[in-house]
Write a protein that binds this ligand. Sequence first.
Ligand code: NAD
Length: 356
Amino acid sequence: MRGFAYEAQPMRVVLRPGASVTATPEEAERLGLRRLLVISGPRGARTARAVADALGEACAGLHTEARMHVPAEVAERAVEAAHAVGADGCVAVGGGSAIGLGKMIALRTRLPLIAVPSTYSGSEMTPVWGLTEQGAKRTGRDPVVLPRSVVYDPELTLSLPVPLSVTSGVNAVAHAAEALYAPDASPLVSLMAEEGARAMTGALPDLAAAPGDLDARGRALYGAWLCGAALGATTMGLHHKLCHVLGGTFGLPHAETHTVVLPHALAHNAPAAPEAMAALCRALGTDDAPHALWDLAGRLGAPRSLAELGLKEADLTVAAREATARAYANPRPVTTAGVLDVLKAAYEGDEPRTHS
Ligand code: NAD
């Protein structure tokens, strides 16, 4: 058996229908918080208001200015808002963007954070923060940004449109897939990753067929939790690097980019990660995980090519160069030629081919 190190994250998780309004006040009370700033993006303002109302006197204010990739000026205004109301904590309601803003407030002020996720991005499970300054996104790790409590409410995700549900779900599966072959993988985290991928890929076809299916929505959030926890516990490889470059440098949308790139990045890494691929195949009930994910995206109407997402062919070499500029962990050695092959296949939306 390979040796490992495992660290449990100090966090409480509640998952049940209606929890955003019933459990958030309980979580605030448990943490002894009485002046919470509730934050969201503009589109999530109505839900955030419902959470704020449920908090009653424990809500000190509502701030609905979260934006994708946490621009520095947005973070600054949110920190000011927290100071202005004398907040003793924050509740972030929404997807990775709103939770990302909550993390920046936590980083700057050390205030505790409660997360109420409304997508499957998994940010709520990680101590990783991100901030965009002058067009460049920086990320870092700090345990202070890890939410103290996470409230998963399947009812909150009923409004998540099917296309975004599908791509956000595959985004979660990407965390699990790379966690399985991470250099710091460990047995419990690998179990979580495998079960997370199983739950998510099982739930997606059901919720795509019936978006109001609360049971499928619950299973998807359960999968998001496990996949996010696997992300928070491990170091991601080539796939996440490529998506970071494509989002950061070319402005491609986060979840859609993950959905397009994942089958190709996995087909590339598969020969160097047989155990991880076996686990992913078990989770997906297939003998070819990259192909099964490509097939799932196609069946559920998700984008399958970077061209569809607006990337230009000439950008591929720039992206390949950026993705290989600095060394990082990946089961297969990262070369510009290898990365360019992955990007070309993802650009065309070809069937993924596992090749050694
Ligand atoms: P997002 O938060 O930007 O949400 C996408 C869109 O969906 C937004 O327009 C939002 O208003 C809408 N939306 C969200 N929930 C909804 C709901 N229930 N009903 C209807 N509409 C809803 O996107 P995301 O994919 O959740 O998160 C992406 C961001 O999170 C990126 O910036 C990414 O880098 C970051 N992220 C960070 C980590 C981390 O560990 N730090 C992990 C994953 C993602």
